[in-house]
Write a protein that binds this ligand. Structure first.
Ligand code: GFB
Length: 426
């Protein structure tokens, strides 16, 4: 059972305790004279859900490192308007809070976080400094770490109002403004942002746009730190519950028999092979824009079915769980091919009412969760959706050969290069 502890760090100055999630065991030893500062961020609008999750890992670690010296809170950017969230049956999917998808208290065991709406309640509809991270004009010939406030290389997505404030997309919050805006060319690891934020600027609130430019690495234990942030990204309980119900009802799968019981992530340490998984194979079959983006590596339905049948035979399993973004007719066609070989395929398909509640992102997480609990997983070439499932399975303690598999494109042949094994580090 994850402990819910809502405490305010020092110097909350007038805003209520619900605004800030801070786990008790994780309270840094601040000097009481330092006021809490806030870090906000956003990502290139074209990026999908699962790349955005990777950017979170970097920014959360930056905030964690900042907290070694002064109190900073990470303001979680609301989800919405993602290119891939295309269900037209439900109204515009925007301003979705993080608690809809993730367990906020688990995130807070890694770094202090708060929702954007709570930030507005505490600090108003504004941020003091806004930096648009960009490349250096003319690119680079040799790698060196540098950051420089300079002219914008491209037209920025912010404009100045008559009153001098800056307005931009800001997650669809139309009244939100920045007091001061700058473009900043960066070629830097996240740790390099720390002295900049602590020493070069004094603003209480700082917004980094295009935060995907921040590089995680070159920290002696960077891989372990990345995994620590990753482990804290526990899916929201209501989504896990739906996934568990589906596993039980259709896939004869539950945590006790599958050896996949969750603990509070800070206590959870598994070895490869500890998890057994439910008696089904899970396939993440990325289609839609992948047919153009990675045509060579995406197999036809016939060839994909052939590969799946081989796995089912090898592991002596009869059930397939299919996670896919394919249009319905395409998914049905694929399932019919498998049916001819007496393979029953299951998909998680919410009712319209459930979809309205869960939204496309919630359904995607339920798919990922069910894939993470399968005896064997097969993914899609370089899809970040697949990568997040690999990581979930590393956390649960699956054998790596049951995780790091992918479908091969028709012309690649069945012996195509398989995904790199991305070892969990504690
Ligand atoms: O998550 P994501 O960045 O992964 O984007 P990739 C794919 C999105 O498509 C997911 C939906 O976030 C979902 O909304 N989606 C994909 C799925 N597969 C499934 C699935 O099995 N089940 C459900 N429910 N939804 C990259 C994008 O996608 O692909 C880039 O980030 C670009 O922007 C590139 O489009 C071609 O890494 O697979």
């Amino acid at each position: 059972q994850i402990l819910l502890l809502l405490l305010c760090v020092h110097q909350c100055q007038g805003h209520s305790n619900e605004n800030l999630y801070q786990a008790k065991d994780n309270l840094p030893d601040y000097s009481p004279s330092k006021p809490t500062r806030y870090l906000l961020y956003d990502v290139n609008p074209g990026e999908g859900f699962n790349l955005r999750r990777d950017v979170y890992m970097r920014v959360a670690n930056l905030v964690k490192f900042l907290n070694e010296d002064e109190p900073w809170v990470l303001v979680l950017p609301p989800w919405g308007r993602l290119y891939h969230w295309q269900s037209h049956e439900i109204p515009l999917q925007s301003k979705i809070s993080w608690k809809h998808f993730f367990d906020i208290n688990s995130l807070a065991l890694h770094a202090p976080v708060m929702e954007f709406e709570d930030y507005i309640k505490a600090m108003g509809n504004k941020v003091e400094r806004l930096f648009y991270l960009q490349r250096f004009k003319g690119g680079w010939t040799k790698w060196e770490e540098k950051m420089e406030i300079c002219d914008c290389v491209e037209e920025p997505r912010y404009h100045q109002l008559a009153n001098g404030k800056w307005r931009g997309q800001f997650f669809g919050y139309e009244d939100f403004v920045a007091d001061k805006f700058d473009c900043m060319s960066t070629q830097a690891y996240l740790l390099t942002f720390k002295p900049f934020l602590m020493k070069n600027i004094t603003a209480r609130s700082v917004f980094l746009d295009r935060a995907e430019s921040m590089i995680h690495g070159q920290y002696s234990e960077w891989s372990r730190e990345w995994w620590t942030a990753r482990r804290s990204m526990v899916f929201a309980k209501p989504l896990r519950d739906i996934g568990d119900k589906f596993r039980k009802e259709f896939l004869d799968s539950d945590d006790i028999s599958d050896k996949t019981e969750l603990e509070v992530w800070t206590n959870m340490k598994r070895n490869h092979g500890d998890a057994k998984g439910g008696p089904y194979i899970a396939l993440h079959f990325r289609r839609k824009d992948y047919l153009y983006a990675h045509g060579k590596e995406v197999p036809s339905l016939e060839i994909a079915a052939k590969q799946v049948l081989k796995y089912l035979k090898k592991y002596n399993l009869k059930k397939l769980f299919l996670a896919t973004d394919a249009p319905n007719e395409e998914a049905e066609e694929f399932m019919n091919i498998l049916k001819k070989s007496q393979i029953k395929t299951y998909r998680y398909r919410p009712s319209i009412d459930n979809l309205k509640e869960l939204k496309d992102g919630g359904v995607a997480i339920i798919d990922q969760y069910i894939c993470a609990h399968a005896r064997v997983f097969i993914g899609s070439y370089v899809s970040t959706f697949t990568f997040r499932i690999h990581e979930e399975r590393e956390i649960l303690g699956f054998k790596q050969e049951a995780t790091f598999n992918r479908l091969c494109g028709d012309e690649e042949g069945e012996e195509c290069e398989q995904p790199t094994k991305w070892d969990i580090k504690y």
